[in-house]
Design a protein around this ligand. Structure first.
Ligand code: IDP
Ligand code: MG
Length: 135
């Protein structure tokens, strides 16, 4: 079933020159990028994007990090892409992410884990509307 999801190459990925690597893996899997932009998030947008984590102890650190430099946001489309991209990403903690996944291959810190992908179709709808309201 064709779906859409929001993918972010987080500021650590942009700083490390891994934007192409992330895009390449998404495209080689067979998914299509239908919108893309590099931008630096303001705090309000970051807090809305990560609203589900507002009460967590790492929330302030997370917002500092995600607003700390340019990121690349994209809308990705394709068959079961929400789960498909999460599989390409690997689990949240890069130490536990499988080798071959993006987090498994490229990072070690949970707070600097390279990529974001929406975790459900409902999140994808909210997040794509937040980042690309006219798309
Ligand atoms: P996800 O990105 O795999 O969906 P979430 O649980 O939604 O993971 O958490 C959002 C982001 O918050 C993670 O990608 C990670 O960067 C950060 N994060 C999650 N748990 C921790 C933590 O325990 N310490 C610091 N940062 C965390
Ligand atoms: Mg999440």
């Amino acid at each position: 079933m064709t779906e859409r999801t929001l993918v972010l190459v987080k500021p650590d990925g942009v700083a490390r020159g891994l934007v192409g690597e992330v895009i390449s893996r998404i495209e080689r899997k067979g998914y299509r990028i239908s919108a893309m932009e590099m931008r630096t998030l303001d705090r309000a947008t970051a807090e809305e994007h990560y609203g589900e984590h507002r009460e967590k102890p790492f929330f302030a650190e997370l917002v500092d990090f995600i607003t700390g430099g340019p990121l690349v946001a994209m809308v990705v489309e394709g068959n079961e892409v929400v789960v498909g991209v999460r599989t390409l990403m690997g689990v949240t903690n890069p130490i536990e992410a499988a080798p071959g996944s993006m987090r498994g291959d490229f990072c070690t810190l949970v707070g600097e884990n390279l990529v974001h992908g929406s975790d459900s179709n409902a999140s994808a709808a909210k997040e794509t509307a937040l980042f690309f309201p006219t798309h």
